[in-house]
Ligand binder design. Sequence first.
Ligand code: NAG
Ligand code: NAG
Ligand code: NAG
Ligand code: NAG
Ligand code: NAG
Length: 190
Amino acid sequence: MNMRVVFKSLLFLLGFFSVQTKGGTEVNIATWGKANQSTQAYNWYPSNALDGKNSTCTHTDVQSDPWWKLDLMKTYSVNRVTITNRHDCCSYRINGSEIRVGNNSSDLFRNPVCAVVSSIPAGATYSYSCGGMKGRYVTVNIPGTSKILTLCEVEVYVIFPGNSEPQSKCLLAQIRAKQSLFPRPKCRKE
Ligand SMILES: *[C@@H]1O[C@H](CO)[C@@H](O)[C@H](O)[C@H]1NC(C)=O
Ligand SMILES: *[C@@H]1O[C@H](CO)[C@@H](O)[C@H](O)[C@H]1NC(C)=O
Ligand SMILES: *[C@@H]1O[C@H](CO)[C@@H](O)[C@H](O)[C@H]1NC(C)=O
Ligand SMILES: *[C@@H]1O[C@H](CO)[C@@H](O)[C@H](O)[C@H]1NC(C)=O
Ligand SMILES: *[C@@H]1O[C@H](CO)[C@@H](O)[C@H](O)[C@H]1NC(C)=O
């Protein structure tokens, strides 16, 4: 590989990491996990809430306390969760659903509630702040009998520490220095 290609790839990568918020980078990690749901109607799979399309959704049977569960495979501090409601019908079904973050995979109802959804208009995406609640599982459940849970998209946002913007600029300067007579700068560790 020649230096130009390496340099271009690095520029690309650094650009990739530079989507920053103050005090960290907010990333949707929902797709890093595995989804499941209490029951399944039709071919409305639990993973349909993670495919980036608001046209495909999850669907449980009519049941008591339906749930959808995302296993993030390890514990994260969850900043916020977004839910996209279905647009074609039945948007009221989401009313009263609970978003939970915790570590119990078998007894989801033991996990603390982050937010209760009062309602979401058809096809809309609402965001719910979880203020850094820690857990491996993010779940949505509807308490009560004869309920159906449908989710078209779920996003789970985590803030990763560090503002890599100055860091990446410094690394670029280091790379440039390697190719020339400029002095090699010291980059601070973050
Ligand atoms: C998904 O949840 C159902 C209902 O609890 C359970 O029977 C099934 O084994 C789970 N599937 C996976 C892959 O964990
Ligand atoms: C979701 O649906 C709306 C139309 O209802 C569309 O404008 C929007 O782009 C869709 N978003 C995604 C991520 O597909
Ligand atoms: C769901 O919430 C919407 C908006 O507040 C309300 O208009 C509707 O009556 C509610 N439906 C049910 C079944 O709770
Ligand atoms: C989940 O486990 C992590 C790591 O053990 C812990 O820090 C966190 O407080 C737990 N979450 C809850 C809701 O108990
Ligand atoms: C999960 O809940 C079950 C039943 O309530 C309990 O026996 C178990 O200890 C809990 N596990 C964790 C990891 O909290």
